[in-house]
Design a protein around this ligand. Sequence first.
Ligand code: TYD
Length: 137
Amino acid sequence: MKQSTVYDCSIIEIDKHHHEKGNLSVLENSKTVPFDVKRTYYLYDVPGGESRGGHAHKELRQLIIAASGSFTVTLDDGKVKRTFLLNRPYQGLLVVPGIWRTLDDFSSGSVCLVLASHCYDVEDYIRDYDDFEKYKK
Ligand code: TYD
């Protein structure tokens, strides 16, 4: 997905079951999540002021959710940057391949839940921004 742009990435509304005893949100493969989920991981205890991410993927699709608290995700396709504030557990940010992402401004106690389309593969990462710019050209 060398030609992907930040406009291919979007906020997805997740099913929310509101209840006086608390809320529940559901994600299902190929329904709310537009890919088959192969891996789930979560970031937590991120120290204040710390930045995560700082890479792009060649094939991986991800849905990023602020399961608790808030943080920002800045997406960059080499030409355009878009910053999203994630602060609702019933919204997910779909990130397509070929997009540089940086996560910042983690609130205390926040949990960043990531659903991913592939298992962990170091070969799928582009970790150098110059390499990313070359890849996108
Ligand atoms: P890293 O990709 O640097 O985190 P982030 O991009 O979110 O800042 O990953 C941190 C460490 O965790 C690194 O040693 C690789 C490891 N890791 C796995 O082993 N499996 C995974 O699925 C992920 C996402 C990371």
